[in-house]
Design a protein around this ligand. Structure first.
Ligand SMILES: Cc1cc2nc3c(=O)[nH]c(=O)nc-3n(C[C@H](O)[C@H](O)[C@H](O)COP(=O)(O)OP(=O)(O)OC[C@H]3O[C@@H](n4cnc5c(N)ncnc54)[C@H](O)[C@@H]3O)c2cc1C
Length: 364
């Protein structure tokens, strides 16, 4: 099969990949590749208010806001049981960027994919990065159809953006490792919501912390976050074990009890803080979770993916595919990481009720 040529190939059509593609398509020929034919249901719904500035800049905000109720619902605030068993209310009433948007994450990713296609990006859904090589100042990127390993395709690109999420498949294939800060995992369920109070809830517990949010279609997400080595795998594997874990956390067990028989156990996913040891190299960069993955406590993962994509655009237009780009991009990502680690530590240190419990001791 003939090799297809493009300026920039982006591996991964999640939030980072789609925002990068939309922001770059006016200046470059862009090919966007994702192993999934369509986005799937996943956790991670809370869109930080500052993200809306980026969506507006890319002309994506108005259409999104026209679909309130299906693509997202307004999050009026958070009930927090953190540092004390007294509830503390946090809201965005005075935030100039407005409220948090609780997304239907799957629908939001489909929305971004449609926008990417409409802007003229060449999209290859259902194609997976297989291997790559650097020849004559170009990357030869080999793809395989996700549903047919015999169907392969080669893209020749001047620049590669690894936006493949925390697996950072492209960087990994170059032998680059990740710096791992902790072992946090998130175990999550979905259930119907019938409560009129649709505020999110966060509640610390001896072995981790709980989170609950209401998303469109009268649905609720509840998640438990702990360190993978502090809990037996069997405790993170079914609705029954999930309910048992929640029994000492009143704010959460009350929510779960109401729809106990309609809870759908969704699974356990990695939620730890990690950083790619090298975030840029010869004509490539890693973006979004592929570069830095954040603790969900921050609720900043999607915003970081979007903001880093916008920064990358500025650097690409200024420096092109050069070593200067690598240097400046690496500096920016390192700054974000240092800032993030500092804030993460402040948040965890605000909870002092279980100082000797391993989960909290590790974070003091
Ligand atoms: C439990 C949990 C809760 C979270 N909650 C929030 C929240 O409330 N708010 C928030 O802002 N963030 C949250 N996050 C973080 C947020 O989900 C991520 O930061 C965000 O998804 C990063 O987007 P991304 O595009 O970089 O990566 P991803 O969303 O992981 O996208 C990567 C894409 O690459 C594709 N891909 C992977 N490998 C290949 C390959 N080999 N070839 C081709 N395609 C490939 C995947 O199919 C995927 O579409 C949460 C994360 C977790 C784990």
């Amino acid at each position: 099969m003939a090799t297809e040529k493009t300026d920039i190939v982006i591996i991964g059509g999640g939030i980072a990949g789609c925002i990068a593609a939309i922001s770059l398509i006016d200046s470059y020929q862009v090919t966007l590749v994702d192993k999934l034919l369509e986005p799937t249901e996943r956790i991670g719904e809370s869109l930080a208010p500052a993200s809306q500035r980026i969506l507006k800049q890319l002309d994506l905000l108005e259409d999104l806001e026209n679909q309130v109720g299906t693509l997202y619902q307004k999050n009026v605030g958070m009930q927090s049981y953190w540092g004390s068993d007294q509830v503390h209310l946090v809201d965005d009433l005075r935030n100039p960027d407005g409220f948090v948007k609780n997304l239907n994450r799957q629908a939001f990713e489909s929305y971004l994919r449609k926008a990417v296609e409409a802007r003229g990006v060449h999209c290859l859904w259902g194609s997976k990065l297989h291997s790559s090589s650097y020849e004559n100042s170009h990357w030869q990127v080999q793809l395989r159809a996700s549903d047919d390993p015999l169907h392969t395709q080669t893209i020749s690109a001047s620049f590669v953006i690894d936006a493949s999420g925390r697996q950072s498949h492209f960087a990994k294939s170059l032998g680059i490792k990740r710096q791992v800060e902790d072992k946090l995992v998130a175990c999550w369920v979905t259930l119907p919501n019938t409560k009129t109070n649709t505020m999110s809830t966060i509640s610390a517990s001896e072995n981790g912390w709980w989170y609950s949010a209401v998303v469109p279609n009268d649905k609720r997400i509840v998640a438990f976050h702990t360190d993978a080595d502090l809990i037996a795998k069997s405790e993170l594997k079914s609705t029954a074990s999930f309910l048992k874990l929640a029994q000492n956390t009143t704010a959460i067990s009350e929510i779960l009890k109401e729809h106990e028989h309609s809870i759908i156990f969704q699974g356990t996913v990695a939620a730890n803080s990690t950083k790619l040891e090298q975030v840029a190299g010869q004509q490539w960069v890693a973006l979004g979770d592929a570069a830095l993955s954040f603790d969900p406590l921050s609720s900043q993962g999607m915003f970081n993916a979007m903001a880093s994509a916008m920064q990358l655009r500025v650097l690409l237009l200024e420096f092109g595919f050069t070593a200067e780009l690598q240097k400046n991009y690496t500096e920016q990502i390192n700054q974000i990481w240092q800032h993030y680690l500092k804030h993460k530590s402040i948040f965890y240190q605000a909870e002092t009720r279980w100082k000797t419990a391993a989960f909290w001791e590790r974070r003091q």
